[in-house]
Write a protein that binds this ligand. Structure first.
Ligand code: C5P
Length: 265
């Protein structure tokens, strides 16, 4: 049996650079894996079985774990049956990459159960068809992601502000809805490469171009943000397409993770 941690991510900044002809948006984003993680267990078995610790998650082909299993079978043509259990800790509809991370972990685990016939690089390459955020989880914990998000430039570990923490409101948002509500003319104009350099000089600007459309879809998010700042958070920025915030000052501490996928053990 293989038991792996499947970590969450935050987007330290996220710039939307433009809309593409395929309907996606070009992004430039600094991703950081964090130690908040789901747990996935895998066991070769007589039958396929998939279970999950939370009742409100679909267990069918719409689940990214199942999509990853199907992709692995299609790419490798290996005959096997597997029992998978997912213990959820990463909030859903949060912009913390829970589903994407689960998909990456599943690909890696199935390869591990077969004694690593494929490289992490191959798995990463396949994984972009599962979702734009999935390839990041094969990087080393900190990465600059461009294109749809699937072009991953691994970076050296970052020294982040102390007391970084996260908060997830009860309300959630779906990623396509947030991109649909985006008004490109309202995006920041700042050069993402400059933002990136600044992060490595300890100058943190937590810009997220998806925050404004998320607030428009769910105006209460602005109230939550103001409440966090009033509580003493020095920053409260949304991660991904929301609705989770991160910043300095809260109780649920963020510890950055390095060396994925080794950190999964
Ligand atoms: O790639 P993923 O399946 O996670 O994307 C979900 C949806 O989010 C896409 O169908 C698209 O509407 C939107 N999206 C986008 N540009 C990106 C990533 C996602 O417009 N770079």
């Amino acid at each position: 049996m293989l038991k792996l941690r499947s970590p969450a991510k935050i987007n330290l900044f996220l710039r939307v650079m433009g809309k593409r002809s395929d309907g996606y948006h070009d992004l430039a984003s600094l991703f950081q894996a964090i130690d908040l993680a789901d747990t996935l267990t895998f066991e070769l078995s007589r039958e396929d079985e998939f279970s999950c610790s939370v009742p409100n998650l679909s267990l069918d082909g719409s689940n990214l774990v199942i999509k990853a299993l199907q992709l692995f079978r299609q790419k490798t043509e290996l005959p096997f049956r597997v029992k998978i259990h997912l213990e959820k800790h990463i909030p859903m509809q949060a912009g913390m990459g829970g589903g994407s991370s689960n998909a990456a972990t599943t690909l890696w685990a199935l390869n591990a159960l077969h004694n690593f016939p494929f490289s992490d690089y191959e798995l990463q390459d396949w994984s972009s068809s599962l979702g734009s955020d999935v390839p990041f989880f094969f990087a080393n914990g900190t990465a600059y992601c461009t294109g749809r998000g699937e072009t991953v430039r691994p970076l050296a570990p970052l020294t982040l502000p102390e007391n970084l923490s996260w908060f997830k409101p009860r309300e959630g948002l779906s990623t396509p809805a947030v991109f649909k509500a985006l008004d490109l003319s309202l995006c920041s104009k700042i050069d993402p490469e400059e933002l990136l350099e600044a992060f490595y000089s300890q100058k943190f600007q937590f810009i997220n171009d998806l925050q404004e459309p998320a607030f428009r879809l769910l105006p209460i998010l602005r109230t939550y943000q103001q409440e966090l700042l009033a509580k003493g958070w020095s920053d409260a920025s949304m991660t991904g397409s929301g609705t989770a915030f991160f910043g300095t000052g809260g109780a649920d501490q963020i510890v950055p993770l390095q060396r994925l996928p080794l950190a999964w053990y």
